[in-house]
Design a binder for this molecule. Structure first.
Ligand code: SF4
Length: 261
């Protein structure tokens, strides 16, 4: 298991990195940092934490950024929210509520909010689906999915992240060729923030083991043949041998929604 599920002692301590003080995690109200400092932090941590266990990576992020750090989740499962809540109880978990999610996904969102020590923030697009239909025509996702994702995911994420210096996502290298080089800590130059991918090195078996050990909420659709779950118009079941994300925007060349590019 490369990187580990975070249940063994960490390889690298945040204090050892020189990135947080010896007194422990940052105070709840973390200081604001400029882009140059954030970039330097990301580059140093990216090197030092490259092979660290997931929990150690999450601990570094929570300790370094305090309340200016959040988790994002698609609610395919509650793994990342659970993992980070172990080192940062009360952490904000951002969920992009596009208005086009499967009911199963909303159930995971609600279960995560109810059962984990986290603060789930559901962020909605500026336009309802009906308003979008009125302005851009119905089923924009079929005609121009990049525009639809821009309106319903990308802009809401920019808005949601405005108050943070760092955000965590559940990207994994084994999900698709486009994610094969995902770093555990990087500088998101487009947004001027540190991006943390604590479980980048995990494989599906690691996720399954974590879910079983901690009884973490999981989207029922994963048991019904969906390898990856997004909005219902753009998600289909995956076939045997396909990458987990092959069922996303399967009718288009599109492979990412623009959140992680
Ligand atoms: Fe629109 Fe599909 Fe993107 Fe959801 S995944 S925002 S429905 S294009």
């Amino acid at each position: 298991m490369s990187g580990g599920t975070g249940d063994r002692p960490g390889l690298v301590s945040a204090v050892g990195l020189g990135l947080v003080g010896p007194g422990g995690p940052a105070p709840a109200e973390a200081a604001r940092r400029g882009h140059a400092e954030l970039r330097a932090l990301a580059e140093e941590a990216g090197r030092e934490l490259a092979d660290a266990p997931a929990l150690e990576i999450a601990r570094w992020a929570a300790g370094t950024f305090g309340d200016r750090f959040c988790v994002t989740s698609s609610m395919a499962d509650g793994v990342l929210a659970h993992l980070v809540s172990r080192v940062a109880p009360g952490v904000d978990v951002v969920f992009l509520d596009t208005g086009l999610h499967f009911p199963e996904t909303l159930r995971v969102r609600d279960e995560v909010a109810r059962t984990l020590p986290v603060n789930v923030r559901s962020i909605r697009p500026r336009l309802t689906v009906g308003q979008q239909d009125g302005q851009y025509g119905p089923r924009l996702f079929n005609k121009a999915p990049d525009d639809c994702c821009g309106l319903r995911k990308v802009e809401p994420l920019e808005r949601a992240l405005a108050g943070y210096d760092a955000w965590a996502a559940g990207l994994r290298r084994d999900e698709s060729p486009t994610r094969a080089n995902t770093a555990v800590v990087t500088f998101d130059a487009r947004r001027g923030k540190v991006k943390v991918n604590p479980i980048a090195a995990w494989r599906q078996a690691d996720v399954d083991a974590y879910v079983a050990r901690w009884n973490v909420p999981v989207n029922e659709l994963l048991r019904q043949g969906y390898g990856s779950i997004g909005c219902w118009p753009c998600t289909r079941r995956t076939k045997a041998g396909e990458d987990p994300r092959a069922g996303r925007w399967a009718m288009f060349e599109k492979t990412e929604c623009g959140l992680h590019g």
